[in-house]
Design a protein around this ligand. Sequence first.
Ligand code: GDP
Length: 349
Amino acid sequence: MNNLSLYGWNNNLFQLKQTSQYKNLFHGRVAAVNRTNYEVIAENNRLLCELSGNVLYGSPSFELPCTGDWVIFQPFNDNKGIIVDILPRKHTLYRRKTGTLSDRQAIASYVDKACIVQSLDANFNVRRLERFIVQVVEENIQPILILTKSDLEFNRHQIDESLKHISRQMPIFFISILSPETIFPVRESIKQGETIVFVGSSGVGKSSLINALCERTVFLTSEISKSSGKGRHTSTRREMVLMDSGILIDTPGVREFGLAADNTETLAEIFDVSDLAKYCHFHNCSHVNEPGCKVIEAVNSGLLEREVYSSYLKLQKESLYFSISEHEKRKRDKSFAKISEEAKRIKKK
Ligand code: GDP
C-alpha cells in the first residue's frame, strides 16, 4: 500500500480529478517513462501502463505523460493499466527538443524546486547555468544551484564573482560527497511533500547526491558501477524516488538545454537588467542599439559585464525565435485542423 500523499497527492489534485470524465477510475503519479510504457505509482501498487488511443493520438508529443504527471488509469490484469487521462499540468520543466526550432519536450511536472547541478571542475559554466535558470523560473519553479566536488581544488573568489549577477535569484550550495555536513543544508532545504528535479550534465555527481539525500543507494554511480563491472551509470530516463521528506526526480545528463521559453521579462529579471530597462528612452527598448538605452550605457560604463550582456542578448534572441516559431507552428496546426474538419464534413455529405 503506497501513501500517495508522500508522493504529493493533495486536495487540489483531488479537485482537479473531479473535472475529468474518468473521475471514478484510479489515479497515480508517473515515476518513470520507458520507451513503450510508463511506471505509475498508485495507492495499491506500482503499475506498468500504456496509453489509451485517445491520449496517444489526441495530444501533441509534449503533452504525453512525463515523470511527475498525475494520471488516471484503468487497471487490467497483474499490475498493468491503461492511462486514460492526464490531470492538467503545473510547474512543468520543458526544454526545446534537440534539432527543432519550436518543439517542446516535457522533462518533469509538478515540480517545486529544480536543483541545477554543476561540478566545480571544468564542468562549471555560468552561461549554461543562466540558460537553466531562465527555463526553470519561466515555469515558476524555484531554482537551487548545487556546486559539487568542493573537495577538489577551485578558485572560490572567481566562482563567486562569476555568479554575482544571478546569486540573488537562488540559494547556492557548495557540496562534497566526501563531507556529509555539506549535504545536510541541501536536505534541510527540501520541505515535506515537495518535488525536486535534478538537472545537469552527466558525471557531475547527481546520482551520488541523490543517494546521499535518500541515505541509501537508489542510483548506481560511476564508481560503484565500475567496481561491480556493470559499466558506468548514466541515467537515460527520468526517474522519481522518495526521500524521507521530498520526492526527487533524476534526469538524464543534459549538456545542451535549448530554451523553450518565450517570456523576455523573466529574462530581464534574471539578468538583473529590468531595473535599468525602466529608464530606457523607449519603453519597448530591445537593448541592442537604441539611443538612450540604459542597459547599453551600463555596459559601456562597466556596471554591467560585457559577457553577461552578450549572454542576455543571445538568450533573448533564442527566446524570441522560439516564440515566433511556436506561434507559426500553432497557426499551421490550426489551419491543418480546419482543413481536416472541412474534409470530414465534405465526406459526410
Ligand atoms: P551523475 O552522472 O551526475 O549521476 O554523476 P555520479 O554521481 O555518477 O558521479 C560521477 C563521478 O563523480 C563518480 O566517480 C563519483 O564518485 C564522483 N563524485 C560525485 N560527487 C563527488 C564529490 O563531491 N567529490 C568528488 N571528488 N567526486 C565526486
